[in-house]
Ligand binder design. Structure first.
Ligand code: AMP
Length: 181
């Protein structure tokens, strides 16, 4: 299975990706995690990415695309679950092209739908270093302006699966699984 988890920050993409990885054995690939590791290890890429992440902005496409290209090299054919990539239409088109090079395509794009007041509540509760009120607002704006157009893009390709993201992680993962099986 080659799938993408789409949704605003705080929608539970990481949690769902872990549950689906445990249940179906598909590797969870998170650009946020890859970037946080690069920042922690003080790599050149990490140093360039950090300021954008601290402000809740998207890291420039060329940095993230390099990262995802490298990470998907082994997994593109056998399957993956992407969390946090693509984040804009350019990245969406890059992903399609990258998969096409391997002769494969995405099977599903699962959009987790959660109301904004619940997103803010969840993010303030988890206390990650980029989870302060100002950054949360910036990341929600980025989602609305840059990421959400991907819903229409994938709907047009007939692979968008919309899932209610309210409930316990287990309830939500049952909904996700029923959409991708
Ligand atoms: P996440 O853990 O997915 O919420 O990502 C945390 C931060 O990493 C985001 O606010 C962005 O600054 C950056 N980031 C993660 N994925 C991407 C991406 N695909 N494109 C650009 N920036 C990203």
């Amino acid at each position: 299975m080659r799938a993408v988890l789409l949704g605003p920050p705080g929608a539970g993409k990481g949690t769902q990706a872990d549950l689906i990885q445990a249940s179906l054995g598909v590797p969870h690939v998170s650009t946020g995690d890859l970037l946080r590791t690069a920042v922690k290890n003080r790599t050149e890429l990490g140093k360039r990415a950090q300021a954008f992440m601290d402000e809740g902005k998207l890291v420039p496409d060329e940095l993230v695309v390099g990262l995802i290209r490298e990470r998907l090299q082994g997994d593109a054919a056998s399957g993956f679950l992407l969390d946090g990539f693509p984040r804009n239409l350019t990245q969406g088109e890059t992903l399609s092209a990258l998969l096409e090079e391997t002769g494969v395509a995405l099977d599903h794009v699962v959009s987790l739908n959660v109301p904004v007041d619940e997103l803010v509540k969840r993010m303030l509760g988890r206390g990650r270093s980029d989870d302060n009120e100002e950054t949360i607002r910036a990341r929600l704006d980025v989602y609305v302006n840059e990421t959400s157009p991907l819903c229409d893009y994938y709907r047009g390709h007939g692979i968008l699966r919309e899932v209610d993201g309210l409930g316990t992680p287990e309830e939500i993962s049952q909904r996700v699984l029923s959409q991708v099986k």
